[in-house]
Design a protein around this ligand. Structure first.
Ligand code: SF4
Length: 466
């Protein structure tokens, strides 16, 4: 792992300020447009990209046509996400033709893969620079060279990845904050590209994380989500992830703590005990199951069994009877038989997840599963996917209906995407809750409200201030 030194970070700050002065001397107010694909970690990375561009004097714009700098932060977890990022990059060609002073950079997981890097180099000649996930801290240096008339540049990662502290972050929201605690993954699940695109596991120092959490609390954060590709593997200064959760929950402030993404083989009893005893810890757990078949889990290199998963769920429910559980499921992994798919459906019914994120298996280059000869035909995968949704939607709806008439603490975050007449927020269980918008409810934006649930749908609850 490459630990970026404080001198290297100071150098990037120096460059950021000289870029700002450059624009100021020209009397120019440049604008930056950032498009993000993929997971919460990418969202968090984009907040750092926004922090750096803001430090360089760029104002934010949501209109690419107005931008002087366009950054596309890509994802590689599924082919579909890569194709969308490439298509978006393609759409910016015309803007570059109209405005040769526009700079376009493609960042993140997709370009960390050699074949995609080559593809962007050759087929997207108007892209000025590529930056891999572990090299994002070098954005100021890369951009300054471009502004100085430099050649196209391609800065990708070393396989072990890097760790950089102290970069500016411009968060999307004041009430909710992502805080990365570790990066990378050592698990090499046979379908997953993350260990190849984000490198090996490395944890931030506990003191750095605590300082950042204290800062976001002081800035008004009410919901803090600790992020890591394999968050339960966090380890620093002799302490593990449960110790970190315990220490954060002991901080002053009215906030709720969440974390993701967990791995059933690393989610410890100690972590569950820590969650149970701390009121500030959300009684909600996202625990990717991926498949209900022991054979498929073995082929996926997941290192747990359906039985050990159920044991873990049992322990959680003993300690936290009202815990909300969510999961990820992959449908159509190579060789999955109808019976093995039925085992997954049976697990959904046995566990009774509140919510499931299901994905059709997508072969990823470099991964062992992509080379398996027993790939499942697309129409079979699609049928299984639809069936899984049908089964899970019924379970989710029943879970939500059981909350009608009950009170939930909800962090109200702002206008609902569905209607300007509604506000939206998340219950402690992480369920989406909509409430009518009026002067009384608006006063709760960025705060916790006590909401009485009056109606439930599969993906959302509806209520009123209690
Ligand atoms: S635990 Fe498995 S699925 Fe998760 S990031 Fe690591 S390799 Fe990928």
């Amino acid at each position: 792992m490459i630990k970026v030194t404080s001198e290297q970070i100071a150098e990037q700050y120096k460059i950021m300020h000289s870029v700002r002065e450059h624009f100021s001397a020209l009397g120019k107010e440049p604008k930056c447009y950032i498009r993000t694909f993929g997971c919460q970690q990418n969202e968090a990375d984009s907040e750092q990209l926004r922090g750096m561009t803001s430090e360089m004097g760029y104002a934010r714009t949501d209109t690419p046509e107005d931008a002087d700098l366009i950054l596309i932060n890509t994802c590689a977890v599924r082919e579909h996400a890569e194709l969308r990022a490439l298509s978006t990059t393609g759409q910016f060609k015309k803007l570059k033709e109209k405005n040769p002073e526009l700079y376009i950079g493609v960042c993140g997981c997709m370009v960390t893969q050699e074949h995609r890097m080559d593809q962007v180099k050759k087929s997207y000649p108007y892209v000025d620079f590529l930056v891999g996930t572990g090299m994002l801290y070098k954005l100021p240096e890369i951009l300054a060279k471009q502004l100085d008339g430099g050649k196209r540049s391609f800065t990708v990662d070393s396989p072990e990845g890097s760790l950089a502290e102290g970069l500016p972050i411009e968060r999307e929201s004041k009430a909710t904050a992502w805080v990365s605690v570790m990066y990378g993954c050592n698990n090499f699940c046979s379908y997953c590209v993350v260990p190849y695109t984000r490198g090996r596991e490395r944890s931030r120092e506990r003191s750095d994380i605590l300082a950042e959490v204290k800062r976001v609390i002081a800035d008004g954060a009410k919901e803090i989500t600790l992020l890591g590709q394999n968050v339960n593997s966090y380890s620093s200064d002799g302490g593990d992830f449960a110790d970190l959760v315990d220490e954060i929950c002991a901080l002053d402030g009215d906030f709720i703590l969440r974390f993701m993404t967990s791995h059933p083989k690393d989610a410890s009893r100690k972590l569950i005990d820590t969650m149970a005893k701390n009121d500030k810890c959300a009684k909600q757990f996202h625990l990717p199951l991926q498949s209900g078949s022991g054979r498929i889990l073995h082929e996926m290199n997941r290192k747990y069994t359906p039985e050990s998963y159920l044991e873990l769920v049992k322990y959680m429910r003993e300690k936290m009877p009202d815990i909300a559980l969510s999961s990820d499921i992959i449908v159509g992994f190579p060789g999955e038989t109808d019976e093995e798919f039925e085992e997954t459906l049976s697990m959904l019914r046995t566990v009774g997840f509140d919510m499931v994120y299901s994905f059709i298996y997508s072969p990823r280059p470099l991964t062992p599963a992509a080379a398996m000869t027993c790939q499942i035909p697309q129409e079979v995968k699609s049928k299984r996917f639809d069936r899984l949704l049908e089964v899970q939607n019924e379970i989710s709806l029943a879970k939500n209906l059981s909350l009608v008439g009950k009170h939930q603490r909800v962090l109200v975050t702002g206008e609902s995407k569905n209607s300007p007449d509604m506000l939206t927020g998340r219950a402690d269980s992480n369920k989406l809750v909509h409430i009518p918008r009026d002067a009384a409810s608006e006063a709760y934006i960025g705060k916790f409200a006590n909401v009485k649930i009056t109606k439930a749908e599969t993906f959302a609850l509806f209520g009123e201030l209690a």
